[in-house]
Design a protein around this ligand. Structure first.
Ligand code: NAG
Ligand code: NAG
Length: 285
């Protein structure tokens, strides 16, 4: 019995050693880099080395810039030959990312025997919502997440905080013209187009008529530990509600795809263990 559990434990330990690279790039068609951003502290960027001849991976990142402008400046330009665990890995504290920053980027690659460096078309990644690995332990920011949402997010677009294996939260800045707001959400599914009646028949993963008011600083807020998300998931959401004049609020469905980690500065994450705890897959009901 004891021996059995020792074997089990060591098996688990062995399988959990697979790093972030294996987890994130399981799908061979995934060709974008993976970002692990530590809010206002730095970034890690991973890119799979699928072609043994690829000897360099590089990236040029432009933060909140219009790539058509002439006076572009590179916020982070790095090339690397360093491969760890099957991925090219870049780690830098030179780039500071805050909620709602947009990073436009191109990637570079060179291959042994080929003189030319190939450059990808430009791409972008937005850091609007927090996505936190399961192993990280977070404390509330000093002014709360609501304060972060209030200064950044408008137009009934909540700031979401997804913590793998712990749940999620949504913070929506309070406006004086708004009497109440609700949140409807689907996990890994889309709202059916068509009449409201048809939408109402759809089984929602989350249907909250009225979000509570966050104590400190004037947000509508909602926290759930039962609806969980992990990397690769997406959430489709609609904000509902009522204005003080009685007018109904119902936004179009909007989507958040959890493709990268964005870790609040108040979280601490064990250096090598970000993937030790797998996100739990929720069965849809
Ligand atoms: C990265 O490599 C490209 C192509 O060789 C080069 O033009 C660029 O200057 C390099 N960037 C840095 C930061 O070294
Ligand atoms: C962290 O992981 C890397 C690669 O997976 C490994 O080389 C390194 O030794 C690990 N460090 C610690 C402290 O376990």
């Amino acid at each position: 019995m004891l021996l059995k559990s020792i074997i089990l434990v060591s098996l688990c330990a062995a399988s959990s050693l697979a790093g972030i690279c294996q987890d994130v790039f399981k799908n061979p068609s995934e060709v974008r880099p993976f970002f692990k951003v530590f809010e206002s502290q730095g970034v890690e960027i991973y890119f799979p080395k699928r072609d043994p001849k690829q000897d360099m991976f590089g990236i040029k990142i432009y933060k909140n810039q219009d790539l058509r402008k002439k006076d572009l400046h590179c916020d982070l330009c790095v090339n690397t030959t360093h491969v760890e665990d099957g991925c090219f890995k870049i780690k830098s504290t030179l780039l500071s990312v805050e909620p709602r920053d947009v990073l436009k980027y191109v990637t570079l690659a060179s291959f042994t025997g080929k003189p030319d460096v190939s450059v990808s078309p430009s791409n972008k990644v937005e850091f609007t919502d927090y996505v936190i690995p399961a192993s990280c332990v977070c404390t509330e920011p000093p002014t709360g997440y609501c304060a972060k949402a209030s200064s950044k997010i408008t137009d009934y677009r909540p700031l979401f905080k997804f913590h793998e294996s712990a749940g999620f939260a949504a913070y929506l800045p309070w406006a004086s013209s708004t009497a109440a707001v609700g949140l409807q959400a689907l996990k890994n599914a889309n709202f059916r187009p068509g009449s409201t009646a048809a939408e109402q028949q759809q089984k929602l993963d989350l249907n909250v008529d009225s979000l509570g008011a966050a104590a400190q600083d004037g947000c509508f807020s909602y926290e759930s530990s039962t609806l969980r998300f992990g990397l690769g998931d997406y959430i489709n959401f609609v904000v509902t509600g009522k204005k003080t004049g009685g007018e109904k609020i119902r936004t179009d469905p909007r989507k958040v795809h959890l493709r990268d980690y964005f870790i609040p500065s108040t979280c601490s994450c064990p250096a090598n263990q970000s993937n030790l705890v797998k996100p739990q897959k929720l069965t849809r009901h």
